[in-house]
Design a protein around this ligand. Structure first.
Ligand SMILES: Nc1ncnc2c1ncn2[C@@H]1O[C@H](COP(=O)(O)OP(=O)(O)OP(=O)(O)O)[C@@H](O)[C@H]1O
Length: 680
């Protein structure tokens, strides 16, 4: 089989290149199933001379009766766009040309004991034009998502090549490039507790800032929701939406800022034919407003396929075809791949390109696929180093997103709404602290008041510190692993910055964990009769317990941000145990010198020793020995502390150490997250 890359001819012949409307050129019919094609026309123009299945017109409203559901969805989209109250603006044209796009990953091979570089995209070139809806197709593993990742700037490390936006070279990691596009990933990650209207308004506040009036935002939201057929779901929780509705909502959220370029990774996967049709109709109409829309798609029906303006077919990291949809069939025919009548060309194309022998047939495809309006510069530099350009008159540049403070307040509001609606976990945390406070209180009842049970009280204080360290750490160790995908997506699409996000997270978690700790302390201190001493000791104990718990929480965030989920859950408790041994029954002089630094760094040790010092230190007078007990060894608190070798504990040192641990671990967490979010 020979598959010559005569794409240039095909594409150039197809109605004058970019922005063509296939409807004007194809003489096509759709059969009664709305899926298959018949009819053959002959002529010199390849768009008119398809020697096998020809395509239906590009208009979404021209589909036949058998597809009435899809037709009505598509017609609705049309109507919405013609709505005189359309608040969703036209957008500036953004043409993207790319050449010699390569992407390679470097992995360590344990078998070969060396780093191996694997090239996934092999010098792709082409263009995505304003006003066009382009489908990226190809077999599984062909590199479609990788191409989208590279073109959107989601992946830059390992990517080389040249990208020109409106004729000027641009770095994919530059702010200007990023501001041009939004990337809608395959999985629609939405917070299930929020209503559709709420999540849309929140996105509008974050993306459009507060210079745009609320009324305008509301109109825009309503308009976008009606475009996507979601207006009736305005007051529905996103968790209760169907798969298709979630996908449409994910698109709606990104449309709020009206980005000129939209990249979508398999937006139709998992949708029924009607939802699929309305989704692609919407994309088509968005394109007709001047947006540049590129999406990967798998096995579209013939009806859906013909809605696309362009096809970019990828096979094993090579471009196999770039051109209009009507030109595909003649192109394949020229390569002796005659699409049988009554056959979906999308299926045929995907099926055929799977069987292509890349090494023999596609090599030549690295030659220019289209006559681009401007010759592309020789692409050798890393995209990150490419020159930046200034885009003029781009409406996206006029949008001033919410300030740091407003982002923080909005994210805080989001957390509070989600917490209010999904209070089960929070309630469980509160109840478990109260419950264990009662259990511990009864287990160590009245141990705090007299000299006969000093060791019992010692164990109570140790157990309390251990509990609070565990609950502090384990309650948050999964927070970031569970949030990271959503955070990555929202951060990449410029909803908010990392600072306000993390600040809002800790602003909720710190007071909540402090409250849980305080509840535990109040209950257990009362039952153990530790409150019979001066109240300042209990205040100190409370402060130290809260700080120990917050230190563990800060570690939990760090472990969650750094390690893969399974490892984080496993290593989190191990780290807690490791540091706890430096507080309990381990005397400093007994520690091997090479591990003494751990004693100094142990926030657990600081919390526990500080708590002991709060209860028994600071010149506490002699304890009473009950009458029925013959001898109390630890009547003197000083003797007890000396015996435990913690008589030289300074409260300020303990508080300072834990304060530093909290600050440093939060800082390390932010740095780790920043690296993850900006590692492209
Ligand atoms: N980070 C990576 N490390 C190693 N291999 C990778 C990496 N990213 C992608 N690949 C490989 O590159 C190839 C293309 O992957 P990609 O996800 O782009 O395919 P795709 O065409 O989108 O497939 P699908 O349609 O199944 O989603 C695959 O073989 C994949 O295993």
């Amino acid at each position: 089989m020979t598959l010559l890359p005569d794409i240039k001819a095909a594409d150039a012949a197809c109605c004058g290149g970019g922005g063509t409307d296939s409807s004007s050129n194809s003489s096509c019919t759709v059969d009664s199933q709305g899926e298959h094609y018949a009819g053959q026309t002959k002529g010199n123009n390849p768009c008119l001379s398809m020697n096998c299945c020809t395509l239906a017109t590009g208009s979404a409203t021209s589909i036949d009766e058998s597809s009435s559901a899809s037709a009505s969805a598509a017609a609705k989209v049309n109507n919405n766009f013609n709505d005189p109250h359309n608040h969703f603006g036209q957008c500036e044209p953004v043409d993207i040309e790319f050449s010699d796009i390569r992407y390679e990953v470097r992995k360590f091979s344990f078998a070969e004991r060396k780093f191996i570089t694997k090239e996934i995209l092999h010098g792709l070139q082409g263009n995505f034009r304003s006003g066009e809806l382009t489908a990226i197709m190809g077999p599984s593993g062909a590199g479609k998502s990788t191409l989208l990742n590279v073109m959107s700037g989601f992946c830059a490390t390992g990517a080389t090549g040249n990208i020109r936006v409106n004729g000027k070279s641009m770095s994919t990691i530059s702010d200007k490039f990023r501001r041009l596009s939004c990337y809608i990933h395959q999985d629609d990650l939405l917070r299930p507790q929020l209503l559709v209207g709420e999540i849309m308004m929140m996105a509008a506040h974050l993306k459009l800032g507060f210079k745009v009036s609320k009324e305008h935002k509301l109109n825009t939201i309503k308009h976008i929701l009606s475009l996507l057929g979601l207006e009736h779901r305005y007051n529905v929780h996103t968790g209760k939406l169907s798969g298709g509705q979630k996908k449409r909502l994910a698109i709606a959220l990104e449309l709020i800022s009206n980005p000129p370029v939209l990249y979508l990774d398999e937006p139709t996967t998992g949708l029924d034919s009607s939802s699929c049709s309305s989704c692609v109709s919407l994309l088509k109409k968005l394109a007709s407003q001047g947006h540049t829309i590129v999406c990967t798609i798998h096995q579209p029906s013939a009806l859906i396929f013909e809605m696309f303006d362009k096809l970019y077919a990828v096979v094993d990291g090579h471009c196999m075809y770039q051109g209009t949809i009507p030109a595909l069939v003649p192109f394949l025919a020229e390569q002796q791949l005659v699409c049988p009548s009554y056959h979906n060309p999308a299926d045929y194309c995907e099926y055929k390109i799977i069987s292509i022998n890349i090494s023999e047939d596609i090599k030549a495809l690295n030659a220019p696929t289209e006559s681009l309006e401007q010759p592309l510069a020789k692409a050798t530099e890393n995209m990150g180093l490419a020159n930046q350009m200034t885009l003029t008159s781009n409406q996206n540049n006029d949008i001033i997103s919410a300030s740091f403070l407003m982002q923080y307040l909005l994210l805080m509001q989001r957390i509070l709404i989600c917490a209010r609606r999904n209070y089960f976990l929070l309630l469980a945390r509160i109840i478990s602290h109260i419950f264990i406070g009662v259990i511990f209180g009864y287990l160590y009842m009245n141990v705090g008041s007299n000299a006969s049970s000093v060791l019992g009280n010692y164990v109570y204080l140790y157990g309390s510190t251990l509990l609070l360290v565990y609950t502090g750490k384990m309650a948050v160790v999964l927070t970031l692993p569970l949030e990271i995908n959503m955070l990555t997506r929202e951060h990449f699409n410029r909803w908010y910055k990392l600072g306000p996000y993390f600040l809002s997270l800790v602003s909720f978690e710190i007071p909540f964990q402090s409250l849980c700790t305080a509840l535990y302390i109040v209950i257990s201190v009362r039952l153990t009769d530790n409150d019979s001493v001066d109240s300042f000791r209990i205040h100190y104990f409370m402060l130290l317990a809260i700080m120990a718990s917050l230190s563990a929480q800060a570690w939990g965030f760090f472990v969650g941000a750094t390690l893969p989920t399974k490892l984080a859950v496993f290593l989190g408790p191990i780290l807690a145990v490791l540091f706890s041994v430096f507080g309990f029954c381990t005397r400093y002089i007994d520690i091997t010198p090479m591990f003494r630094w751990m004693w100094h760094l142990s926030y657990f040790r600081a919390g526990f020793h500080g708590a002991l010092n709060a209860i028994y230190g600071m010149d506490r007078p002699f304890l009473e020995c009950p009458e029925n007990v013959m001898y109390c060894h630890f009547r003197s608190p000083k003797v007890f502390l000396k015996y435990m070798m913690i008589s030289d504990v300074h409260m300020s040192d303990c508080i300072m150490l834990m304060g530093i641990v909290i600050g440093v671990m939060h800082l390390l967490t932010i740095i780790t997250l920043w690296r993850k979010l900006n590692k492209r």
